[in-house]
Structure formats: structure tokens, C-alpha cells
Design a protein around this ligand. Structure first.
Ligand SMILES: NC(=O)c1ccc[n+]([C@@H]2O[C@H](COP(=O)([O-])OP(=O)(O)OC[C@H]3O[C@@H](n4cnc5c(N)ncnc54)[C@H](O)[C@@H]3O)[C@@H](O)[C@H]2O)c1
Length: 254
């Protein structure tokens, strides 16, 4: 057995956007390491199929959750408490973006991206983080982006605004909970070649720009992100809070 393979045994971990490119791999890794996974995503997404494919599928639970709805967060957390009586880990993974630049973005789209990617992440911390605190402490991992701290390719303005907020909210919440048993950290993926991302961009100028600007010369893999998340979720990271973990092939050091 590889070191750390059961690091999350006995923990209940909620993942948002769990059927997406990164969410699915994060759910799989947490399940592999022993966690009971609460897999959530929008109505109409294949949550049941995801759960059926996870190791130890009988211990997992699926629920629909639009992260921008406070009522839905409250309902899902109540259901989790009913089923498990505890919550140990929140992976705030779901987000939505827009490629438009500072001058091309539309107000309506900007606000929608903020509602989901920024406000939804805060609502997750508010509801799931509070449940984690009440049931004995644990870990919140906010999936951010290199665009939470650098300009990327000079577009995706609304997404960058939301991710910048996620980066600083992470530190603010980490301080709030520093002596209350809840750690809060952000993971910053560079460009990750998930099936979904490749479907959108393979062969385009954007794909070429992603590659050309990544010092390691390749896009990341979903597994690279899942490994970082599993570390921060578990007790190996017991003294780590308010930190930013970049998994970006060197993008932000250039
Ligand atoms: N793939 C990358 O290169 C990359 C790079 C940097 C950061 N990220 C971040 O990683 C996370 C996952 O990205 P991904 O590449 O897997 O994206 P994806 O588009 O493959 O998946 C996103 C998931 O979020 C869900 N979602 C969208 N709006 C939602 C809402 N309102 N409520 C609940 N769920 C919602 C979607 O249904 C989908 O399952 C996001 O936070 C993203 O910003 C990804």
C-alpha cells in the first residue's frame, strides 16, 4: 500500500462541481484515500454515475447543489448532517468563467461569474465551514487559479476578479478559524488538460498560448490537482492554513 493511501479514512468530504474535469478526479482521489464523498453538482449532471464509479461507492452520497444558492447550501448541509452527523472536509471546486477581456465583458456575464465563482465559494465556507467547525474541525480547500494572482493571457477578466477574491477570502477565513480547528487553503491550478478543457480548446491559439507560457512545457493533469487537494484535506497538513499551493508547471515563477 502506498504511503498515505488511507489518510482520509473516517472523514466525510463534500466536493462541489464533482462531475467536472477536476471535480471527478478530486472525488476519486478522496474516495481512494478512504473518505466518504458527498458529490454535488448542478441538476442534470451525472452525479449517480460518478458515485457508482468511486471506490467504496456504498459510503458516498450525491446531491444536486447550485453553489450560488444559499437555500440549496443550507439544504445540502442539513442532509449531510442527517446522514453522517459530521462534515470534515469541503472542497470548493465548482466555478464558472468567461473568456472576455476588460473591455469586451458584459455586465450580466460579469455578475453571473461573480455570483457563482466568488459568492458561491463564500457560501460554501459559510455553511459547510460552519458545519465542519461544529462537528470537530477539519479542512476547507478552495480551488482557485493562477488567475487569482497573475494576469494569465490577458483575458477572462470576470473569472480573474472572482479568483482573486477566492484567494484573499481564503486567508481571511483561515484567520477566523485559526484557533477553532478549521484550516482553509487555496489550490491554484495552472492550465490543466482535462477532457472538458481539451474539448473546448485543443488545436486553438489559446491552447498554443497555454503551452507556450507553461515553463514545464505541458499542461497539467487532473491527478496533479487531486494529489495537492488530498494533501491539504488530510492531517498531513495539520499546521498549514491560509496558504496558496500552486500546481501550475511553473507558470507563476516566470
Ligand atoms: N481546468 C483548468 O485548467 C483549471 C485551471 C485553473 C483553475 N481551475 C478551477 O478548477 C475548478 C474546476 O474546474 P474544471 O476544469 O474541472 O471545470 P469544469 O467546467 O470541467 O467543471 C466545473 C463543474 O462545476 C459545475 N458548476 C458550474 N456552475 C455551477 C454552480 N452554479 N453550482 C454548482 N456547480 C456548478 C459544472 O457543472 C461542472 O461540473 C474550478 O474552480 C476552476 O476555476 C481549472
Amino acid at each position: 500500500m502506498a504511503v498515505g493511501e488511507t489518510r482520509l479514512e473516517g472523514k466525510v468530504a463534500l466536493v462541489t462541481g464533482a462531475t467536472g474535469g477536476l471535480g471527478g478526479e478530486i472525488a476519486r482521489r478522496l474516495a481512494q484515500e478512504g473518505a466518504a464523498v458527498v458529490a454535488t453538482d448542478l441538476v442534470g449532471t451525472p452525479i449517480d454515475d460518478l458515485i457508482a464509479g468511486l471506490p467504496g461507492h456504498a459510503r458516498h452520497y450525491g446531491a444536486t447543489l447550485d453553489i450560488s444558492s444559499e437555500d440549496e447550501w443550507a439544504g445540502v448541509i442539513a442532509a449531510v448532517m442527517d446522514k453522517y452527523s459530521t462534515l470534515d472536509v469541503l472542497i470548493n471546486n465548482a466555478a464558472a468563467g468567461s473568456l472576455a477581456s476588460v473591455v469586451d465583458e458584459e455586465l450580466e456575464t460579469y455578475q453571473k461569474v461573480i455570483d457563482i465563482s466568488q459568492t458561491g465559494t463564500w457560501l460554501g465556507m459559510k455553511h459547510a465551514g460552519a458545519a465542519i467547525e461544529e462537528t470537530g474541525g477539519g479542512s476547507v480547500v478552495n480551488i482557485c487559479s493562477i488567475l487569482g494572482s497573475v494576469g494569465g493571457l490577458g483575458n477572462s477578466l470576470a473569472y480573474a476578479a472572482a479568483k482573486g477574491a477566492v484567494r484573499t477570502m481564503t486567508k481571511n477565513a483561515a484567520l477566523h478559524w485559526a484557533q477553532k480547528g478549521v484550516r482553509v487553503n487555496s489550490v491554484h491550478p495552472g492550465f490543466i488538460g482535462t477532457d472538458q478543457l481539451m474539448e473546448r480548446y485543443e488545436g486553438t491559439d489559446r491552447h498554443a498560448a497555454m503551452l507556450a507560457n507553461t515553463p514545464m512545457g505541458r499542461l497539467g493533469k487532473a491527478e496533479d490537482i487531486a494529489a495537492a487537494v488530498a494533501y491539504l484535506a488530510g492531517d498531513d497538513a495539520r499546521y498549514v492554513t491560509g496558504s496558496e499551493l500552486y500546481v501550475d508547471g511553473g507558470w507563476t515563477c516566470a
